[in-house]
Ligand binder design. Sequence first.
Ligand code: ASP
Ligand code: MG
Length: 413
Amino acid sequence: MKVFKFGGASVKDAAGVRNLAEIVRSQGHNVLIVVSAMGKTTNALEDLVRAFVDKQTEACQHQFDTIQTYHNTIINELTGDFSLVHQTFAQLESYLSQPVKGIYDEVYDQIVSLGEVLSTQIIAAYLTQAGLNAQWLDARQLIRTDTTFREGRVDWDTTARQIKEAVNKSGVSITQGFIGQTEDKRTTTLGREGSDYTAAIFAFCLNAESVTIWKDVPGVLNADPKWFDDTVLLERLTYQDAIELAYYGATVIHPKTIKPLQNKGIPLYVRSFLKPDAPGTVIGNYERHLTIPSFIFKVNQVLISLHPNDFSFIAEDNLSRIFGRFAQAGVKINLMQNTAISFSVVVDNNPDRVPALLNLLKQDFRVTYNSDVELITIRYYDQGTIDRVIPNKKLLLEQKSRYTVQLVVKELS
Ligand code: ASP
Ligand code: MG
C-alpha cells in the first residue's frame, strides 16, 4: 500500500478537494491518505485559542464564525453527507462555552487539532459520495504520544500496534495529519507542519511501499523560488541530503519525516498536485549525493552572544548550563559557534520565547544580541555560491564544514 499526504494548500477550497479525489482515483488504489487542515485553518485556530484563553469573548466568537463560514463555503460547493462536520463545530462551540481547563499548550491542542478533524470529515464525505468509499480513521486513537502538548513525542510500540490493528491495507483510508493522543485520551499535536511526519509514522508502521507528499511546487527545488528565478528541480535525493536540507530549514519537507522512512528504506516522493503526472522528486537510498548547490534562507533570526560573567572558558560546565537554558525556554538552536570566552547562537526570533530565554541567560552571562539577521545555508557550496548571496549584506559570522557553509548576515542599511 501507499501513503499520500495532502497539505493545507492542496485542499484550501472545493476545487482542491475535487482534485484530491481525482488523484486518488487515478493513482491510489490501496492508499492511506493523510490530510492537513484546510488552507490557513491552523493559524486561524491558533488565533481562536489566544482569544479563548484571554477571555476575549467577542474576538473568540468572531474567530469561530470565520472558521465555520470558511468550511461551510467549501461544503456548499461539494456534495456529500457533512453531518459529522456540523457535529464537530457544535463540539467546539460547547468547549468554548466552558471555562478554560488546563495549561495553555493543552488547551491549544484540544482546539487546534480540530482543523484536521474537519478537513478529513469533509474529504471523507466527498470521497464516499464520489464512489471512492473512504474509511475515516481517527488518528488520535492510533498515534500515541507523551504529554508534551504541541510537540508530542511518539510512543512507537503502542502506535505501531494500534495502526496495524486498525488500518485496512486495501482500499482507501483517510486520516488526520499532525494529531495524536496521550494514554489518558487527551489530544496532542506533533508540532507545526507535522502532517508529513504523520505520513511517515503510518508508512513505517505499515511497511508501506512509498510515501507521496503532494505539494504546490513541482518537487524539491535547490532554492525557494521566492529568492531565485533560476531554481532547479532535484530529481533524486539521498535520505541524507534530504534530512540535511530539511534540518537547515528547507520547508518543503518536515525534518522529522525522513528518519522513519530511511530506517525502512521507504521511498518518499514529492510531487505537484497541480501536475499529478509529472515525476517530481524521489528521496531514497542512492549512492550519489547532489552535484549542484542548494540554498536555504531563514529570515527573522536573532544572533545571541554569551560571555561568562567571571571570564571563565566556554567548556563543559558552561555549555551544559547554556543548553539547559535553551531547553527550558523551548528554543531550538539553528547554528552555534564558540571562542574561548564567548558562545554565539542563532535562533528563530519567536516573540513568545526569545525574551524569556534572554532573561534566563542573563542570570549567568553577559548577553548581547543582534536581531533581524538572516541565516543562509548553502549545501555543496563553493566560493562562487557564497559571493552570490552576500552582496549588500554584512557578514557577521561564517561556519564551514566539508559540504555545508552557514552565513549569518545583516542587510546593509
Ligand atoms: N495543519 C498543521 C499546521 O499547519 C499541520 C500541517 O499542516 O502539517 O501546522
Ligand atoms: Mg497546515
